[in-house]
Design a protein around this ligand. Structure first.
Ligand code: NAD
Length: 289
């Protein structure tokens, strides 16, 4: 299959390389020449703009920073330039309203399109073990599976257009809330005189168990190995968590949902990032308690 890949950054670079490994002919484009060079080294054919990259392809995959860029790239350079037989897949994390708007424009122009944001970070992108949550019609999902599988541990049909982004924003809002709760419980245990390792042993087998506590323990030297054991380097940056929480707050507002803990988590990450901690793993909230 000929697949155009737009956006070859931390995530897209590894994803495009996995499509090459699966035997696809990958037509790559990124604004950054360094990213393009790396893609070339990984076996992609490189192009000087989006319109050329999407000529004659069977599918277009994008992995871009935000909704405004996705909207512009699809409106200006993909819709009306890729063949209408090409399946369009946006894997970026963006707001639900923009995802639905771009998909409606693509469908009006005769394309099938899905939103397919991912769970899993750079290691999962490089290792081909991302979880894709896909929004679109049954027919578009069936076609998307073949494109996404070489990059995936799981490909799940979330529902109609925009549902992948809804799943992503809800998942990451929940993740932020249970991470903050885990940090608070670990800090409280210690301050109240309980060895935090003992707390981990008990709560990870009790009703307090959750991914943040059991698999990504945010206190150094306690429980599961995580970025906490490496000075909160690597992992999932607090700035990216804040981006996802803001998307969830926008989604909550436009769907009139009440999300008091999501709102409070957003404020906590806002303060943390504004204090210069954006690059630190999101578990570093533990250090503020
Ligand atoms: P990144 O900034 O490393 O990569 C984005 C790439 O897009 C850059 O190389 C940039 O040059 C390119 N780009 C920007 N505008 C462009 C344009 N108009 N045309 C072509 N290329 C353009 O970001 P990333 O970490 O790879 O994240 C990409 C997306 O994946 C984001 O939406 C992010 O929220 C999501 N995501 C990231 C992670 C993570 O751990 N990094 C995890 C899950 C989801």
């Amino acid at each position: 299959m000929k697949v155009a890949f737009i956006g070859l950054g931390n995530m897209g670079g590894g994803m495009a390389a996995n499509l090459v490994k699966a035997g696809h002919e990958v037509h790559a484009f990124d604004l950054a020449s360094e990213a393009l060079e790396k893609a070339k080294g990984n076996g992609c054919a490189t192009y000087t703009n989006v319109r050329e990259a999407v000529q004659g392809v069977d599918a277009v995959v994008s992995m871009l920073p935000n909704g405004a860029i996705v909207d512009k790239v699809f409106s200006d350079d993909i819709i009306g330039h890729a063949p209408t037989s090409a399946l369009l897949l946006d894997c970026s994390t963006i707001d639900v309203d923009t995802a639905r708007k771009v998909e409606a424009a693509a469908e009006a122009a005769g394309y099938a399109m899905v939103d397919a944001p991912v769970s899993g970070g750079i290691a999962a992108a490089n290792g081909g073990t991302l979880t894709f949550m896909v929004g679109g019609t049954d027919a578009a999902f069936a076609r998307a599976q073949a494109v996404l599988e070489p990059m995936a541990k799981a490909v799940i049909h979330a529902g109609a257009s925009g549902s992948g982004q809804v799943a992503k924003m809800c998942n990451n809002m929940l993740l932020a809330v249970h991470m903050i709760g885990t940090c608070e419980a670990l800090a409280l245990a210690e301050k109240a005189g309980l060895d935090p390792q003992k707390f981990y042993e008990i709560s990870s087998k009790s009703t307090g168990y959750c991914w943040s506590l059991n698999d990504y323990t945010p206190a150094p030297g306690i429980g599961a190995t995580s970025p906490a054991d490496n000075g909160y380097q690597g992992g999932f940056a607090s700035a990216l968590m804040l981006k996802d929480l803001r998307l969830a707050m926008a989604g909550a507002e436009s769907s009139c949902a009440t999300v008091p803990l999501g709102k409070h988590a957003t404020e906590i990450y806002e303060n943390f990032v504004e204090a210069g901690n954006g690059a630190k793993d999101f578990g570093a909230i533990f250090t503020t308690l």
